[in-house]
Design a protein around this ligand. Structure first.
Ligand SMILES: Nc1ncnc2c1ncn2[C@@H]1O[C@H](COP(=O)(O)OP(=O)(O)OP(=O)(O)O)[C@@H](O)[C@H]1O
Ligand SMILES: [Mg+2]
Length: 147
């Protein structure tokens, strides 16, 4: 499947919710297509989970950036927000099933997203400066050739 299309779909899906908050949504895509071996709907769901978390982290508004970068043989999908970030002491726990800091959260979103990334031969990581937002990255191996 082709990843730029998924990011464009996601951008359209998030547009109305972003305008309501208001969150400024930006998207960065590479010029040529990036193909990976993955289940489209599962990957889309993983990105939705990351984006919903980003929006929930910015109730007063902020910036949400969706990016797709190709780095050698890897595709990197990232969701970056300008919320409070993820405190260091829970940085790895957040991926556990049922871990949540939200009153009404189920703590399933990141667990599912990591499973989706890993089942396509990739991984999901977080990078966060406390107080300066969070960046979640799904890295996947790119299909070689013209695919
Ligand atoms: N963008 C983010 N900024 C700050 N903290 C985050 C962010 N994304 C996730 N977290 C932290 O990780 C926890 C787990 O996230 P996860 O998506 O798995 O569950 P949830 O959002 O709490 O509930 P659910 O997604 O099931 O509704 C969150 O409760 C929150 O503490
Ligand atoms: Mg969530």
């Amino acid at each position: 499947m082709e990843l730029r299309e998924v990011v464009v779909d996601l951008e359209q899906l998030l547009g109305p919710q972003c305008r309501r908050r208001p969150v400024k949504l930006t998207t960065q895509l590479p010029e040529s297509e990036v193909r990976v071996q993955a289940t489209r709907d599962a990957l889309k769901q993983a990105l939705i989970n990351l984006s919903v978390n980003a929006l929930e982290a910015m109730p007063e508004g902020g910036n949400l950036e969706l990016r797709l970068d190709r780095i050698d043989s890897r595709a990197v999908l990232s969701v970056t927000d300008t919320g409070p970030g993820v405190p260091l002491d829970i940085r790895e726990k957040i991926f556990s099933m049922h871990f949540t800091t939200k009153g009404s959260g189920t703590g399933i979103g990141l667990y599912v997203a990591r499973n989706v990334a890993e089942s396509s031969g990739g991984n999901l990581r977080v990078d966060s400066e406390p107080g300066q937002g969070a960046r979640f990255e799904i890295e996947l191996p790119v299909l070689s050739g013209r695919g």
